[in-house]
Design a protein around this ligand. Structure first.
Ligand code: F3S
Length: 526
């Protein structure tokens, strides 16, 4: 099953239980209804068939794959908490300790809607063996960004919460919208598809406004960029969703969040609480893998991220050999894109929600190799291994030998430094070739505040970029690539290993991508 289908199913399932709370085993229910056939059997209750809404939740596309693309047998839970040996019966028997206040909310003290949310959260925590709920700080980040009909039940649930006056404990950031009718799909055919396909977008945006999200200018998956400002202090418990943001937040910022599914982020935001388990605990942040990067030059960050994701699936890696690319061991505005590229690849080729980089990321700086769990395994990435990973990247264009037709840069969204870097790389290469315009259009995905800053501080370069055919957009590039008919008409190229995973767009390192952009041809041997 593909990821999109899974998200669709899990979102619908979550919303369904929210609307039918009596089906849920509550903390106070004496005879809790078993949620699975296995649990039912264990309790001596006759099990029934898996309900329609939960069918797709039994399998996952994030089962482990080796660098050869073959399954390793490892399974992921998506949350970042490896539960490979957990039995449903055991999970069903667990009960978190609630404070008097939490129990009162569950019993309806703050109204019916909040009680329903608390029921869902308690069940979620019990399932993953959490001991208790913790108070959240910083600000949430939500990946509820697709206003398609299949999200209707979830949107309805959130709308009921908004009508009841519930709100996030702090203003929160949200993923980019799935389309941009100003700069990208500004034509009648695409706009018709969009308005028909994303018919609930207005309702979703309206829900976000009432629950506490700022205006649409702040929409981005890279919420931690300084121009957007959602970068809580190390050690803060937060409720984030969006695999690349969770991965960056846990690792580079040192915040503590699990990989929440769409909707669970906002349930936790409205309650201001999250169950303490997995990546939020010291134990869950221990590394089961030591990854030694031993490439002879700067690694291909997307490729090594892909290799790590495939190998570790959702276990935590401790990565050595990268500190030399972070001057003074510091993650700064002009090097954070390296972690963003590698991390988002680990989170999309696997389900890595946290990695440690020796001498660089906050947990590793504080505890060093003490973070390695007992019995950890070792994975070495040298030039040979890196080449092997790249050799598994397939050409999925229907016309394999056709010329590229568009470039996609910025998944996750570009930082200010990347925008300027790409502006210079492309315009200087064009100057050298005696051209003003690139051979193919280049879509640069970024949050609006980054675009505004670039225009303000580099006006001349930005006009040159525009002349060259580079357009700025704040949408999600992968959503664009997912539009009906896209892969038949667009032969895309990208430097994002995440985009590669979720689309037919082909991955190339920066250097090669610049050549392609200038010439409109794939260099021989690339
Ligand atoms: Fe961001 Fe969309 Fe990529 S949300 S990380 S641009 S898939």
């Amino acid at each position: 099953m593909d990821r999109r289908k899974f998200i669709k199913s899990s979102a619908a399932a979550c919303a369904t239980v929210a609307l039918l709370p009596k089906l849920l085993p509550a903390q106070t229910d004496k005879a809790a209804a078993p949620a699975s056939a296995g649990a039912a059997k264990a309790k001596g209750v006759k099990g029934g068939p898996v309900p329609e809404f939960a069918k797709d939740m039994l399998t996952s596309d994030m089962n482990g794959l080796g660098p050869d693309g073959k399954p390793t047998g490892q399974k992921a839970t998506y949350t970042g908490a490896s539960m490979a040996n957990t039995k449903a019966e055991k999970a069903m028997g667990h009960k978190m300790k609630l404070t008097k206040e939490e129990q009162a909310i569950l019993d309806g003290k703050d109204g019916e809607e909040k009680a329903k949310l608390m029921k869902i959260l308690v069940l979620f925590g019990n399932t993953f063996g959490a001991e208790k709920l913790v108070d959240l700080g910083g600000a949430p980040h939500s990946n509820m960004f697709i206003g398609a009909p299949y999200m209707s039940s979830m949107i309805k649930m959130l709308d009921e919460c908004a009508k009841a006056g519930l709100k996030s404990y702090a203003p929160y950031t949200v993923n980019p919208r799935p389309y941009d009718v100003y700069n990208v799909q500004n034509n009648a055919k695409d706009m018709t598809m969009i308005y028909e396909g994303y018919s609930r977008q207005w309702d979703l945006d309206y829900v976000h406004v009432r629950l506490g999200a700022p205006d649409l200018n702040k929409r981005t998956c890279a919420c931690y960029l300084e121009e957007v400002g959602n970068a809580p202090k190390p050690g803060t418990y937060v409720a984030w969703a969006e695999s690349s943001a969770v991965n960056y937040g846990n690792s580079a910022l040192g915040v503590r969040t699990n990989r929440n599914g769409a909707g669970m982020d906002l349930i936790q935001a409205m309650l201001g609480k999250a169950p303490l388990f997995g990546l939020m605990t010291d134990e869950g942040r221990k590394a089961k893998w030591l990854v030694e990067v031993k490439t002879s030059k700067e690694p291909d960050w997307g490729a090594i991220g892909t290799g790590i994701g495939r190998k570790c699936v959702e276990d935590v890696p401790y990565i050595t050999g990268l500190d030399k690319y972070f001057k003074g061991g510091k993650v700064t505005a002009d090097n954070l894109h390296l972690l963003k590229a590698m991390g988002s690849a680990t989170a999309s080729s696997g389900a890595v929600g946290l990695y440690h980089v020796d001498g660089v990321t906050p947990d590793a700086k504080e505890k060093g190799k003490k973070l390695l769990a007992k019995g950890y395994e070792t994975y070495v990435i040298d030039d040979k291994e890196q080449a092997k990973i790249i050799s598994t990247f397939e050409n999925l264009w229907p016309d394999k030998d056709g010329d590229p037709t568009a470039a996609f840069i910025g998944c996750p969204h570009n930082s200010y430094h990347e925008v300027i870097k790409w502006g210079k790389l492309v315009t200087e290469a064009l100057d050298k070739a005696g051209k003003t315009e690139a051979a193919i259009p280049i879509y640069m995905f970024m949050p609006n505040p980054v675009r505004a800053r670039a225009i303000k501080e580099h006006g001349e370069l930005i006009s040159k970029m525009k002349r060259a055919g580079m357009s700025a957009t704040n949408m999600c590039g992968v959503s664009y690539a997912g539009m009906k008919g896209f892969s038949d008409k667009v032969r895309g190229v990208t430097n994002s290993a995440k985009t590669r995973v979720y689309s037919t767009i082909r991955y190339f390192p920066d250097e090669t991508l610049v050549k392609i952009i200038v010439t409109g041809k794939i260099p021989k041997g690339a």
